[in-house]
Ligand binder design. Structure first.
Ligand SMILES: NC(=O)c1ccc[n+]([C@@H]2O[C@H](COP(=O)([O-])OP(=O)(O)OC[C@H]3O[C@@H](n4cnc5c(N)ncnc54)[C@H](O)[C@@H]3O)[C@@H](O)[C@H]2O)c1
Ligand SMILES: [Zn+2]
Length: 384
């Protein structure tokens, strides 16, 4: 058995209205001049209004600044610009507010606060990332779980590929999970981001590393998503379902410190080359990826199916996988996530470029079964 280490350290404040505690939290963290990092799509939402009100309540003795230029699937500029603003205004902490894109950009901006002019491509050549400014993460989507993760996913200028910058020092000091902030998330994004959380839980549970703590968290995350996502999709104002989804998303990210698999390697190039939303890309590839793995490792999804509520203890491995994959396919279809990639603008002539990037993507290295270039080609052909 290999040596491994476990750690689930992020302080998390959860519940409707949890955001109202922010001024006290900032005081405790000694953040007096926070920089809010977000995207422009959020500025007109009630969620952002609530953040501004919470910060405004503390305005007498504090000031705060705003960077709202983060792109979906953030690029290096989304990290460079807020870091420059942070330094210009002598800020002393970052509040990353939004979906995975602003959370990842806000997390990584602290790297360039510590080391201006540093090239993110050289991230792994610098061993010492201690002393980054403190970070508060406040998600407004329930999907990526980036708020509790140690990584930041940024498309690098030089490679035009998504790089995963991974370091424990990137962790937030505090996470606020306030379901009221996700109420305004439209149904399509609710479905796509929720499918990302589901994919994190399924892929981390089925990847072969020894990590029973992550396995338990992943299975409970699956259970929560199967119950809550359809409710949040149908009725955005269902606070209970929204809350469960926020927790499930955070659990998915805690679980995937164990690792991910083939579906994420299929999805990453679909974002960088074709601009697909990350959760949508996962959703459209998930069933094909599960079929591929189950065919080579029968019984892989039995406990995933049980977590979804299926009675699978007495059926064969093949039958357990069949029923589980059928349930997931029906579940995604019920959320409107059952189109072909071409319906989202992916062209057959992009196939080889997609395959080349998928092969290079690190996620499939920890997949339940090995994945070769030809497998990626067949998988894309199945869903294109
Ligand atoms: N760091 C990690 O561990 C990790 C894990 C998975 C994914 N990711 C990354 O996260 C990114 C995807 O994040 P995402 O799926 O959360 O999407 P996103 O952050 O790109 O947001 C998608 C859209 O939703 C809008 N939005 C967000 N919250 C809203 C709200 N409450 N109301 C209305 N609109 C709202 C945004 O304005 C944006 O237009 C990708 O870049 C992906 O690579 C990171
Ligand atoms: Zn993901």
């Amino acid at each position: 058995m290999n040596l491994t280490s476990f750690s689930f350290p992020t302080q998390t404040r959860f519940g409707p209205g949890a955001l109202s505690e922010l001024p006290t939290d900032l005081e405790r963290l000694k953040i007096r001049r926070p920089l809010v990092v977000t995207d422009s799509g959020l500025l007109n939402t009630a969620a952002y209004g609530a953040l501004a009100a919470a910060l405004g309540a503390a305005e007498k003795d504090k000031q705060w600044w705003l960077y709202s230029g983060v792109h979906p699937n953030p690029i290096e500029r989304d990290v460079i610009e807020p870091a420059a603003l942070f330094r210009e205004q002598s800020c002393d902490g970052v509040i990353a507010f939004g979906g995975g894109s602003p959370l990842d950009a806000g997390k990584a901006a602290r790297i360039l606060v510590k080391r201006p002019n540093f090239k993110l491509a050289d991230f792994y050549s610098e061993p010492d990332w201690t002393g980054l400014p403190p970070l508060v993460c406040i998600p407004t989507t329930a999907g990526t779980g980036s708020e509790v993760g140690r990584s930041s996913v940024i498309t690098l200028e030089t490679t035009q590929r998504k790089a995963v910058l991974f370091h424990p020092e990137l962790l937030a000091r505090l996470v606020i999970l306030d379901p009221e902030l996700t109420v305004g998330l439209p149904p399509k994004l609710t479905a796509a981001t929720g499918a990302d959380a589901l994919t994190h839980c399924i892929e981390s549970y089925t990847c072969p590393q020894f990590h029973p703590m992550c396995d338990g968290i992943a299975l409970e995350g699956i259970h929560l998503v199967i119950d809550a996502l359809p409710r949040a999709y149908r009725d955005g104002g269902d606070i209970e379902a929204r809350g469960r989804m926020l927790v499930a998303a955070a659990m998915g990210a805690v679980a995937f410190q164990k690792d991910l698999g083939v579906v994420h390697s299929l999805a990453h190039p679909l974002s960088t080359l074709c601009g697909l939303h990350h959760g949508l890309a996962n959703a459209l590839c998930l069933v094909a990826g599960m079929r591929f793995c189950a065919a080579r490792k029968p019984g892989l999804y039995r406990r995933v199916g049980i977590a979804c509520g299926l009675e699978l203890m007495r059926v064969s491995d093949a039958e357990a996988d069949r029923q589980t994959i059928a349930l997931i396919a029906e579940f995604l279809a019920g959320l409107g996530l059952n189109q072909r990639l071409r319906e989202h603008g992916v062209r057959p002539d992009q196939l080889e470029a997609l395959v080349a990037q998928a092969v290079d993507d690190p996620c499939h290295k920890t997949n339940a079964v090995p994945v070769a270039a030809e497998d990626f080609r067949q998988l894309y052909l199945e869903v294109i």
